[in-house]
Ligand binder design. Structure first.
Ligand code: KIV
Length: 282
């Protein structure tokens, strides 16, 4: 598979071919993504909840993200990878935002970065883009500011809220973002944004009338058990399969069934010299 470029993604918007995007946080799942031919990977700060066991994305650090981006790159060398800037890595100052975005490219080997926010982060988007880094905006429900939004709530459901989402979308494009993620916004509003913007607009929980879809891999394959958002479609349910396999493994150890004859390495040749050897140590 040839790695997609931003020009390819722009072309897909023009031709109406939907862009496929999913999260991954490590090499094995990045490899599955590439084998499936999915065009983009997000190393989301959702890794905090999906992989690191936190109950929000807030504690995730730059070092966590860089380490997981490296792992993903090793697993998917030919996939367009987006690194997600964690809370605190771009809000403090524009300089800090550029410095951290540079780290994502130099150390994490990603192709682009994503940051949450609309009008409030246009300075950061402009400066990162001017540093030669592709930026993905993220508007609507922005989990890092869920405290301010009053929880993980859909956005743009009233005319006033839709106005704010549309203004954010326009501001992000104007600041130089190369693509935009819209989260948990009504499909009618997303469709309007996707038509209005020239950059690819992707949805997570924001309907299909746009240029592509993102999902969190652990939701999609039934690995994340804490909760399931309304917009998730489970394509398989791996958690119970894994728990059942582990139970069987434990049972077979207890019962002396595992390991079997086929799982061991026998001595080479006759056993007699080995028995002599054992006697030396008795
Ligand atoms: O971190 C992530 O996976 C994200 C999605 C929630 C969009 O930003």
């Amino acid at each position: 598979m040839k790695k997609k470029t931003i020009q390819d993604l722009m072309k897909m918007k023009e031709t109406g071919e939907k862009i496929t995007w999913i999260t991954a946080y490590d090499a094995p799942f990045a490899a599955f993504t590439e084998q499936a031919g999915i065009e983009m990977i997000l190393v989301g700060d959702s890794l905090g909840m999906v992989d690191l066991g936190y109950d929000s994305t807030i504690p995730v650090t730059m070092d966590d993200c860089i380490s997981h981006c490296k792992s993903v790159r090793r697993g998917a060398p030919n996939t367009f990878v987006v690194g997600d800037m964690p809370f605190g890595s771009y809000q403090i100052s524009v300089e800090k935002a550029v410095e951290n975005a540079v780290r994502f490219l130099k150390e994490g080997e990603v192709d682009a970065i994503k940051l949450e926010g609309g009008k409030s982060v246009t300075k950061q988007i402009r400066a990162i883009r001017e540093a030669g880094i592709l930026v993905c905006g993220h508007i609507g429900l922005t989990p890092q500011s869920s405290g301010v939004l009053g929880g993980h709530k859909a956005q743009g459901r009233t005319v006033e809220s839709a106005r704010a989402v549309i203004e954010d979308a326009l501001a992000v494009q104007e600041a130089g973002a190369s693509f935009l993620l819209v989260e948990a916004v009504p499909p009618e509003v997303t469709a309007f944004i996707a038509k209005k913007l020239t950059i690819p607009v992707l949805s997570i929980g924001a309907g299909k009338e746009c240029d592509g879809q993102l999902t969190i891999f652990a939701d999609t394959i039934g690995l994340f058990q804490a909760f399931t958002p309304k917009f998730v479609k489970k394509y398989c349910d791996l958690a119970p399969v894994i728990v059942d396999a582990y139970k069987q493994y434990a049972k077979e150890i207890k019962e002396g069934v595992f390991p079997g004859e086929e799982h061991v390495y026998h001595v080479i040749g006759d056993i007699a010299p080995f028995e002599e050897l054992f006697k030396e140590f008795e």
